[in-house]
Design a protein. Structure first.
Length: 51
């Protein structure tokens, strides 16, 4: 059975969060999705040109 915490992000991420992702990363969408779902203070920072 696979587990994903994305359906619980609004309950788990109650403290301020800083998400850092490479602008060219294949998994960038995970950070973007978590940023959209988090209800707390948040910031999404991209490292330009990084994978």
């Amino acid at each position: 059975m696979a587990f994903t915490a994305f359906d619980q992000i609004d309950k788990l991420l109650t403290q301020p969060i800083l998400l850092i992702a490479g602008s060219e990363a294949d998994t960038r969408y995970f950070s973007e999705q978590a940023n959209e779902m988090a209800k707390s203070d948040k910031e999404l920072f991209f490292v330009k040109g990084s994978m």
